[in-house]
Design a protein around this ligand. Structure first.
Ligand code: 3B8
Length: 325
């Protein structure tokens, strides 16, 4: 019996390590087939010893019971939306407002991942809830689905009593292409874009289906960051990585808006080189003290703005349309 418990512990360690290699380090060490075999063995051993199952066991990522409908959940703090900037003038206007409060400012610029916001709650280091944005105050409880997302840790590396994390759930372009191909072959309707596919997959009532969709997650915010001894957005991104989250590595720090504008224009031209869709950039005042001085409007922070890439000229090929006059 004891060696079965040791086997359970060893399998969990190997699966967690494989998960970390795949999602955090992007360097899978074992094949999917090997991963599945280890998971199958652990599922069988846990079925024999159900009292040994823990909420952070890798088997909890497989997905299980089908929910009938969503329970609603109220967010600890409302999830606000970002004001948009469409051209350099808007960005200079944003900077002018910021400069009224502080002459010197540091901006962090992150890619704006084109997915959907997912709010995560951890208690004593264990993930206890995942929720969609909903109307900003009340979202849908999608905990079962979120557990199937390999880039979201089931357990934090450093246990803290309570941690609220926000980030973007998204579907990588490769997963999107494969999903639509499978659906076409099965005669099903296809998704228009990865964002819709991610939304549909996350709001699935059957988490086994979510598990097959290979969704991914970039964390970018923690609540009550100052209580964690964090003083700016860069601290937050570093903290999130330490805790085991995947943070988008493309963030940059600039000390004036003209550098931000140059970077925005550069990235608009490079927007398709990433393995996921982005629809712009998010510019954030780095220091929390200045963020707090700037505060919020009714619906948005005054210390952040999203720069939307210009709409692209997409040649719509109109073919096979014969206009009979
Ligand atoms: N899609 C994104 O990649 C992304 C989105 C947001 C937000 O929506 C957002 C909303 C706020 F009220 C405050 C900060 C934010 O930071 C964000 N940072 C990001 N990187």
């Amino acid at each position: 019996m004891q060696d079965e418990f040791e086997r359970i512990a060893m399998l969990r360690k190997k699966l967690e390590e494989a998960n970390k290699q795949y999602y955090e380090l992007d360097q899978p060490r074992i094949t999917d087939a090997e991963y599945d075999a280890l998971m199958r063995e652990l599922l069988d051993l846990e079925a024999k010893h159900p009292d040994r199952v823990t909420p952070d066991s890798p088997t909890q990522r497989v997905g299980g019971a089908v929910a009938k409908e969503y329970t609603k959940v109220r967010h600890l703090e409302p999830l606000l939306s970002l004001d948009n900037a469409f051209d350099p003038g808007d960005l200079r206007e944003f900077d002018r407002r910021v400069s009224h409060v502080s002459a010197s400012v540091e901006y962090v610029v992150e890619l704006k991942i084109d997915g959907l916001t997912v709010a995560l709650t951890y208690e004593d280091g264990l993930m206890v809830r995942g929720a969609t944005r909903g109307d900003g105050s009340v979202g849908e409880d999608i905990t079962a689905n979120v557990k199937t997302m390999g880039s979201i840790p089931l357990r934090l590396n450093k246990t803290v009593p309570r941690l609220s994390v926000r980030g973007e759930g998204y579907m990588p372009k490769a997963s999107f292409a494969r999903l639509n191909q499978d659906r076409e072959e099965e005669g099903q309707s296809t998704f228009a874009n990865p964002r819709n596919a991610a939304a549909g997959s996350l709001r699935q009532l059957n988490s086994r289906i979510t598990a097959e969709r290979k969704l991914d997650y970039f964390a970018y915010q923690v609540l009550s960051a100052k209580e964690l001894g964090l003083h700016n957005q860069i601290d937050v991104l570093t903290y999130l990585k330490e805790q085991g989250f995947v943070v988008n590595p493309e963030y940059k720090v600039f000390s004036n808006i003209e550098e931000v504008i140059t970077y925005c224009e550069l990235m608009a031209a490079e927007r398709h080189r990433f393995p996921y869709d982005i629809d712009g950039l998010v510019i954030k005042v780095n220091e929390f003290d200045l963020q707090q001085e700037l505060g919020f409007t009714a619906k948005s922070p005054r210390w952040a703005i999203s720069y939307k890439f210009p709409a692209e000229q997409v040649e719509t090929v109109i073919e096979d349309i014969i206009i009979r006059v």
